[in-house]
Design a protein around this ligand. Structure first.
Ligand SMILES: Cc1cc2nc3c(=O)[nH]c(=O)nc-3n(C[C@H](O)[C@H](O)[C@H](O)COP(=O)(O)OP(=O)(O)OC[C@H]3O[C@@H](n4cnc5c(N)ncnc54)[C@H](O)[C@@H]3O)c2cc1C
Length: 383
């Protein structure tokens, strides 16, 4: 059985802002036996469309879902696990933890030192610009969520400052095709976890600076600068009511530019080798990220320039309900490709679980097949 504390597609319904669209194109929204069959394969789903897609999948598979069932504890019983919910207890031989990698926003501890007159909000509480007090906004984090919210807030007419740390820059389209088409076709998404050089780092990689819009716009830092967003360095500390930002934006920008160039070089090589060259546009190269003439290193949080901080600093899983000693000191599950360090316990949907695409909708199928293969073996051995 499948236990879900909310409704089907709960995270999409309850944890996304109003204008949200997937950054993966429609043709890529595929689950086992159900692909996109609408009129716009290259478009990007709205929240309503993603929710409808997930509901269709639940109906199509006739998965035995128990909604509004909150798991409050899972503990070992010797030959399996006892799962406690708000609706009683269930004994089972195996458990698959598919509770997601992004249950809680990750906000740095120094947020506690931010003066109380400043409103602080996370992407999970943000819905639309009108919800924030009038005045300037500091968006912290320059990955997919941060760039999307900074652009929306700037378009609403507010002054926006964005604090930028390590990030992944990507153009929306390359040589006439969606950049995620290239990732898919060239096999980047399929790279396996046991082939990745630094798995810990790969699992911590921020999401790419991408947005899904009907215009297929590229939303990198140059686009934000052109809109009037002010860029500052990584937020390092709060001292005496001042935000202190790291210097060295030039290095941070050139590293992201370099990594993007390398990826595009790889696409070009692959296109040449496979003959795809003839079907796509000519190779493109993009202007380096413009470094602001004078990036400020401090911001007086009491000065009234900023009224709101949006923490787009990533998300983390929540295993507070898991009473099995398999979570490390950093709050991550100890597992090998989804086989958790406790017999009969499995995980799905975590970053680079078995492949680079493990946390994307289109990435779940091959991971699930392998993990469930192991689970079936575990049950058979017990028999
Ligand atoms: C901001 C953001 C944007 C994203 N954009 C894209 C995108 O464009 N394309 C894409 O492919 N992927 C995207 N993703 C990733 C996408 O969310 C994942 O692919 C997908 O949600 C993973 O599905 P999941 O079912 O593993 O996890 P989730 O969607 O997180 O689902 C986990 C479910 O478990 C439930 N749950 C958790 N704890 C408990 C408990 N104790 N008891 C009962 N139920 C519980 C939750 O209610 C939730 O419904 C995005 C993620 C985020 C955070």
């Amino acid at each position: 059985m499948v236990l879900e504390r909310g409704e089907v597609a709960n995270s999409w319904r309850s944890q996304r802002w109003d204008s949200f669209r997937l950054l993966t194109p429609n043709w890529q929204s595929r689950l086992p036996g159900l692909g996109y069959d609408g009129p716009d394969p290259d478009g990007y789903m709205t929240i309503g469309e993603v929710t409808a897609f997930m509901e269709r999948f639940a109906a199509h598979t006739r998965a035995p879902v128990r909604t509004r069932t909150d798991v409050t504890s899972v503990r070992p019983t010797g030959d399996g696990y006892r799962v406690t919910t708000n609706d009683g207890e269930i004994d089972c031989r195996t458990v698959v933890i598919a509770s997601g990698a992004c249950n809680l926003p990750a906000v740095p501890p120094f947020s506690a030192a931010v003066p109380p007159e400043i409103e602080q909000i996370t992407p999970y509480d943000y819905r639309e610009p009108g919800q924030l007090p009038e005045g300037g906004v500091l968006v912290v984090g320059a990955s997919a969520t941060g760039v999307q919210l900074a652009a929306e807030l700037r378009r609403s007419g507010r002054p926006v400052i964005m604090s930028v740390g390590e990030h992944v820059r990507l153009p929306r389209t390359y040589r006439g095709r969606d950049v995620l088409w290239w990732m898919d076709a060239a096999g980047v998404w399929d790279q396996r976890y046991d082939e990745v050089d630094d798995l810990t780092r790969a699992r911590r990689l921020p999401s790419p600076q991408l947005v899904g819009t009907p215009e297929r716009e590229t939303l990198d830092l140059n686009a934000l600068t052109a809109m009037g967003v002010e860029l500052v360095g990584r937020w390092a500390a709060v001292r005496d009511g001042r935000a202190l930002f790291s210097g060295g934006l030039r290095n941070v920008f050139s590293l992201a530019d370099l990594k993007m160039e390398r990826l595009l070089d790889g696409f070009d090589e692959w296109a040449k080798e496979t003959g795809v060259d003839a079907e796509v546009g000519p190779p493109e190269r993009f202007a380096p990220t413009t470094v602001p003439a004078k990036a400020r290193l401090q911001l007086d949080l009491r000065g009234g320039e900023i009224r709101t901080i949006v923490w787009a600093t990533g998300f983390r899983p929540d295993y507070s309900w898991l009473d099995v000693p398999v979570v490390d000191e950093k709050g991550h599950l100890r597992h090998d490709g989804g086989v958790v360090d406790s017999p009969g316990l499995y995980a799905l949907g975590l970053p680079v679980l078995r492949r680079r695409k493990s946390t994307f909708i289109h990435g779940i199928e091959p991971d699930a097949r392998e993990v469930i293969g192991h689970l079936a073996g575990h049950l058979a051995a017990r028999r």
